[in-house]
Design a protein around this ligand. Structure first.
Ligand code: NAD
Length: 480
C-alpha cells in the first residue's frame, strides 16, 4: 500500500484530494528511467526544431487548460484567482513559448581561432539527468522556469513539487505526456521530501540539481550533492529592501510598496519586506501605507475581489506569529495587523492580517530574518550612504527597489547594492529575456534569460589537429 498525503485548501482547511507518495524504491526506479532516457533515448539526440515543437505544444497545452489550472492553483495555494489567472498560469505558458523560440539562438557559440592547423570547436550539450525541486509559493511558474530550459537543452528531468502544492505539477506532467514527449524524459514525483531528499540528490545517476526553496533545505541539498559532486543551481531566500527618496511620487510608491510587501500574502522570495524611507517623508509615508494596508481585502481565493488569501499552512502561520511576537519584544512598533483576523468567514483558513511595523532597526530579527508572510518593516534613513548601508545590511542579496525621480542617482545607487536584481521605480518586472538570481545567501546561478538557459548545458571543447604529420611535440617526444 502506497503512503498517501492529504492535500489541503489553505483558505478553508478542507481536503482537496489525497495523493499517493513515492517510496524510496519508486524514487530509485524513476531515476533509472530518467538515466536510461538520457543515455539511450531520443530526447537529447532530437533535432532542435523538433524539441522546439514539443515545447510549443506544452505551452499550448497550458493555455488550453488555463482556466482549470488557475482554479486548481488557487485552490491549492489559496492565492487570489486574479493572480493565478493573470500571472501564474499565462506566465508559465509564455516561458515555454519563449524558450522554444529562443533556445537555438542561445546554443550558438563562437569558437576561438587557434594557430594554423589547429581547430577548436566548442559545443553546448545537455548535462544529463536534472532534478528540479520547487517550492509552494509559485508551484507551476517556478516549475515551468526550470522545466522549459532543462528540456529545451536536451536533459531528462525529475520534477519534485512541494508536498503542500503538487496539484498543478501533476497536471503539467499530464500536459507533457499529451504533447508526446518520450517516456522517461519528464518524471513528476510527489514524495515526503524528508524521506527521499537524500536518496534523490545523492544518487550518482543524477547530474544536476536545480533547487528553489529555503536556505535550510538548500544547505541540506548542497550537503547531499557532495557525495557525488554535481552541478547545483540554488535559488534561496531573501530579505529585500525598497529605498524611497523624498522626491518619489508618494502615491505610486505607496501602492507599489503594498504590492511588493503583500502580494501572494508576502510569500515571495523577492518580497520588499524592508521599506527604507528618507526621513523627511517618513511620517507621511508610514501613515498612508498603514492606512491602506488596513483596507486590504482578505478572502477566499475564488472571489475576484479578494486581494489577499491565506498563508499556505498552519505551520507557516505559527512562524509568522512568532516573528511578530519577537519583533514586538525587540522594540519594533506594531501599527497594523499582527494577528489572525476575527472575520468568521475566514475562521477555517490560515489567514493572517497584513502587518506593518515602523521604527524597525537593523539589529532586530524582523529586519534580518526572512518571515515569508505579510509583514512589512519600515525604517528611516537620512543620507544616501545610510540608505546603502541599511539595504546591504543583510545576509541575503536577492533583489531591491529604488524610488526616485533622479535616474542618475538611482543608477549610481544600483551599483552599490549587493543584490542580483534591482528595480528602479517599479517592482516585480520579470521578463523571460532577463536573468534572475541572488547574491550572498540568496543562492547562486540564474533562472530565465540566456544565462538561465545555459545553466542547464555543459560546454565541450573539441580540439582537432589538422597538420599532415601531427604536432611535433606530441608526435616526436617519444617518437623513437
Ligand atoms: P522549502 O525549502 O521548505 O521547500 C522547497 C522544496 O524543497 C519543496 O519541494 C520541499 O518538498 C523540498 N524539500 C524539503 N526538504 C527537502 C530535503 N531534505 N531534500 C530534498 N528536498 C526537500 O521551501 P518552501 O517553504 O517550499 O519555500 C519557501 C522558500 O523558498 C523561501 O525561503 C523563499 O524565499 C524561497 N524561494 C526562493 C525563490 C528564489 O527564486 N530565490 C523563489 C521562491 C521561493
Amino acid at each position: 500500500m502506497k503512503e498517501k498525503q492529504k492535500i489541503i485548501n489553505p483558505a478553508s482547511g478542507e481536503i482537496i484530494t489525497e495523493i499517493a507518495l513515492a517510496s524510496e524504491p519508486d524514487v530509485k526506479e524513476v531515476t533509472a528511467l530518467a538515466r536510461e532516457a538520457f543515455d539511450k533515448g531520443p530526447w537529447p539526440r532530437l533535432p532542435l526544431a523538433e524539441r522546439k515543437n514539443f515545447l510549443l505544444k506544452i505551452s499550448q497545452g497550458i493555455r488550453d487548460k488555463a482556466g482549470e489550472l488557475a482554479k486548481l492553483e488557487t485552490q491549492n495555494t489559496g492565492k487570489p484567482i486574479k493572480e493565478t489567472t493573470f500571472m501564474d498560469i499565462p506566465s508559465s505558458a509564455k516561458t515555454f513559448e519563449f524558450i522554444a523560440n529562443n533556445f537555438q539562438k542561445y546554443l550558438e557559440i563562437e569558437s576561438p581561432n587557434l594557430e594554423a592547423q589547429a581547430q577548436c570547436r566548442l559545443i553546448r550539450e545537455p548535462i544529463g539527468v536534472v532534478v528540479l525541486i520547487v517550492p509552494w509559493n509559485y508551484p507551476l511558474l517556478i516549475a515551468s522556469w526550470k522545466l522549459a530550459s532543462a528540456l529545451a537543452s536536451g536533459n531528462t528531468v525529475i520534477l519534485k513539487p512541494s508536498s503542500l502544492t503538487p496539484l498543478t505539477a501533476i497536471e503539467l506532467g499530464k500536459i507533457i505526456a499529451e504533447a508526446g514527449i518520450p517516456k522517461g524524459v519528464v518524471n513528476v514525483i510527489c514524495a515526503d521530501a524528508q524521506k527521499i531528499g537524500r536518496i534523490l540528490c545523492e544518487d550518482s545517476r543524477v547530474d544536476m540539481i536545480s533547487f528553489t526553496g529555503s536556505n535550510t533545505t538548500g544547505r541540506k541539498i548542497l550537503e547531499y550533492s557532495l557525495k557525488n559532486t554535481k552541478k547545483m543551481l540554488l535559488e534561496l531566500g531573501g530579505k529585500s529592501a525598497s529605498i524611497i527618496f523624498k522626491d518619489a511620487d508618494l502615491e505610486t510608491v505607496i501602492n507599489s510598496c503594498l504590492c511588493s510587501a503583500f502580494l501572494n500574502q508576502g510569500q515571495m522570495c523577492t518580497a520588499m519586506s524592508r521599506i527604507l524611507v528618507e526621513d523627511e517623508i517618513y511620517d507621511k509615508f508610514s501613515a498612508c501605507f498603514i492606512e491602506k494596508a488596513k483596507r486590504i481585502k482578505l478572502g477566499m481565493g475564488e472571489d475576484f475581489q479578494t486581494q489577499m488569501g491565506p498563508l499556505i499552512s498552519e505551520e507557516q502561520r505559527k512562524n509568522i506569529l512568532d516573528c511578530v511576537e519577537k519583533a514586538k519584544k525587540q522594540g519594533a512598533k506594531l501599527c497594523c495587523g499582527g494577528k489572525i483576523p476575527l472575520d468568521p468567514n475566514l475562521k477555517n483558513g490560515f489567514f493572517f492580517e497584513p502587518t506593518v511595523f515602523i521604527d524597525v532597526l537593523p539589529q532586530m530579527a524582523i529586519f534580518q530574518e526572512e518571515a515569508f508572510g505579510p509583514i512589512a518593516c519600515i525604517s528611516k534613513f537620512s543620507s544616501l550612504n545610510e540608505a546603502v548601508s541599511l539595504a546591504n545590511d543583510s545576509n541575503f542579496g536577492l533583489a531591491g527597489c529604488i524610488w526616485t525621480k533622479d535616474i542618475t542617482k538611482a543608477e549610481g545607487l544600483a551599483k552599490e547594492l549587493n543584490t542580483g536584481t534591482i528595480w528602479i521605480n517599479t517592482y516585480g518586472m520579470f521578463y523571460n529575456e532577463c536573468p534572475f538570481g541572488g547574491f550572498k545567501q540568496s543562492g547562486f546561478g540564474k533562472e530565465l534569460g540566456k544565462e538561465g538557459f545555459l545553466e542547464y548545458t555543459r560546454l565541450k571543447n573539441v580540439l582537432t589537429d589538422l597538420s599532415p604529420e601531427g604536432k611535433p611535440l606530441v608526435n616526436y617526444w617519444y617518437g623513437f
